[in-house]
Design a protein around this ligand. Structure first.
Ligand code: GDP
Length: 297
């Protein structure tokens, strides 16, 4: 089920209940809550989060204590909206880069999550807003990673750094960041490898790069289509290399995205952008309230 379908289904449940002529009683309300919870679970949202949401909505919309004359419809709509916002809002402020000083942003995530693509998208996004941005390819593991970044960066006219011969990603990352700092770039984005024979090797490498470049922000890139495993993946990355923001990619695909939403709650980390396609411009800023408004249409 795609995210938009989830929105439509939740919307339909609320509208069914609040349609003129239908009896807006406790029984009908229970049916609505159940339908919303089912939709969320089918979209891979963690069962505990769904259960909390159910409790909170029921607590807010308490038929017994409701004064006569209360606009039940508005109350219910607001309760559903607020609880959905809570689901994607960890109440943590993401890092805000400042112009006139180097802001180092490091990307982490599994191979195929969309790191290299998103790096360029983000550099372009900041460039368009007056930040001089550049890219460093610290993925020396995957053959072709540097070529891919080079191609994307060239297309977007973003300066880049990488090496075809250096096999130590820590060294490449350090050199690239130092070079661009000297050249007074505002945003220096470091792309890292997502693949290793041993998971521990991947995490060790991430920590070494983090120590070498001392990023102002580390962003985890999560593929919306990975479902329930998003949560454990995000936890494992958070334990190894602390990150302060999440970008969810491939929200245009057939995935439900509920797993990624659960990862936000599990790691108390805000989503800062979502990837909405393969093209360079397919990147949207994420904010909980507008996102839920859009989801509910
Ligand atoms: P990396 O291994 O993490 O660096 O992943 P890549 O950047 O190479 O991306 C893997 C694939 O996902 C590529 O084919 C990208 O074009 C695709 N991709 C990345 N982000 C998005 C997105 O938001 N939407 C869609 N449809 N595809 C994406």
């Amino acid at each position: 089920m795609v995210l938009l379908d989830l929105g439509r289904r939740i919307n339909a449940a609320v509208n069914d209940l609040t349609r003129p002529g239908s009896s807006l009683d406790e029984k009908a309300f229970e049916v609505m809550v159940k339908e919303i919870c089912n939709a969320l679970m089918e979209a891979d949202v963690n069962i505990k989060l769904v259960s909390n949401l159910r409790k909170s909505i029921k607590k807010t919309v308490n038929f017994e204590d409701m004064a006569s004359g209360t606009n039940k419809k508005r109350l219910i709509q607001k309760a559903v909206f607020d609880e959905l916002v809570k689901l994607v809002d960890p109440h943590a402020e993401p890092f805000k880069p400042k112009k006139g000083r180097p802001n180092v942003i490091m990307f982490v995530g599994l191979q195929g999550a969309g790191k290299t693509t998103t790096c360029t998208k983000l550099a372009r996004w900041y460039n368009a807003r007056g930040f001089r941005s550049c890219l460093v390819c610290a993925d020396t593991f995957r053959a072709g990673a540097f070529d891919q970044l080079k191609q994307n960066a060239t297309k977007a006219k973003i300066p880049y750094y990488g090496s075809l011969t250096q096999t130590d990603p820590v060294q490449v990352a350090r050199e690239g960041v130092e070079k661009f700092k000297k050249e007074r770039f505002d945003i220096i984005i470091v792309d890292t490898s997502g693949r290793h024979r041993q998971e521990q090797d991947l995490f060790d490498e991430m920590v070494q790069i983090q120590n070498a470049v001392e990023p102002d922000e580390t962003i985890m890139v999560l593929d919306a289509s990975i479902g329930q495993s998003a949560e454990s993946q995000a936890r494992a990355f958070k334990d190894a290399a602390h990150f302060g923001a999440i970008i969810i990619t491939k929200t245009d695909g057939a995935a439900s995205g509920g797993g990624a939403i659960s990862a936000v709650a599990a790691t108390h980390t805000p989503i800062v952008f979502i990837g909405t396609g393969e093209h360079m411009l397919d990147l949207e800023r994420f904010a909980p309230q507008p996102f839920i408004s859009k989801l509910l249409g």
